[in-house]
Design a protein around this ligand. Structure first.
Ligand SMILES: [Zn+2]
Length: 182
């Protein structure tokens, strides 16, 4: 893992590019709507064993949420060193419908503000959110906080780690294997 900022930035850019190419290829090959799910992790590293553990729970929850809404999907996993596991869900349902459900999920799930679900339609275009996202830290518009650098990365990361701990503590089945792992 790199420790200086420009090396980190370079590695992030490269990983994002690879992820995008992978998604594009899958989209063309499958001709399906694709949802990719990531956690919005402030600072570095972008993944740890703990983060992966949380992600597992979120992935299962999202899948079950869709089933409850009558939406069928299949999924496949992409993985790299920078982002860890990134699930790609594939759908025959319309992209707009999936986007709306993804927003409902993000807005109602306990750590939903940290969850980013991107939807790619069959023409390989992203389906945009109409309502802008709130900053998970202060609740104002996330884009403004980013532009104005309102919060330090250290504060954001500390907040993120705290919320993850609360989340894990509330998972009765995960907490035990989680303690064994740490
Ligand atoms: Zn903020």
């Amino acid at each position: 893992m790199p420790t200086n900022n420009s090396a980190i930035r370079k590695q992030l850019l490269k990983a994002r590019e690879i992820l995008w190419q992978e998604k594009l290829e899958l989209s063309k090959k499958s001709n399906k709507v694709i949802a990719s799910l990531q956690l919005n992790v402030p600072g570095w590293p972008k993944t740890t064993q703990r983060i992966e553990r949380v992600k597992d729970t979120v992935i299962t929850s999202f899948y079950n949420f869709l089933v409850q809404k009558g939406i069928e999907s299949t999924y496949t996993f992409f993985s790299n060193n920078v982002f860890g596991t990134v699930p790609f869900f594939l759908f025959d349902s319309p992209a707009d419908k999936i986007k709306q459900l993804a927003i409902d999920f993000e807005e109602n799930y306990p750590i939903g503000r940290f969850i980013d679900i991107d939807i790619l339609n069959k023409k390989q275009e992203f389906v945009e959110r109409e309502k802008k996202r709130q900053c998970f830290f202060c609740g104002r518009l996330a884009i403004d906080c980013m532009r104005e650098k309102r919060h330090s990365i250290e504060d954001l990361r500390r907040y993120f780690d705290e919320k993850l701990s609360d989340f894990l503590a509330a998972q009765p089945f995960n907490s035990m294997s989680f303690h064994l792992l740490e």
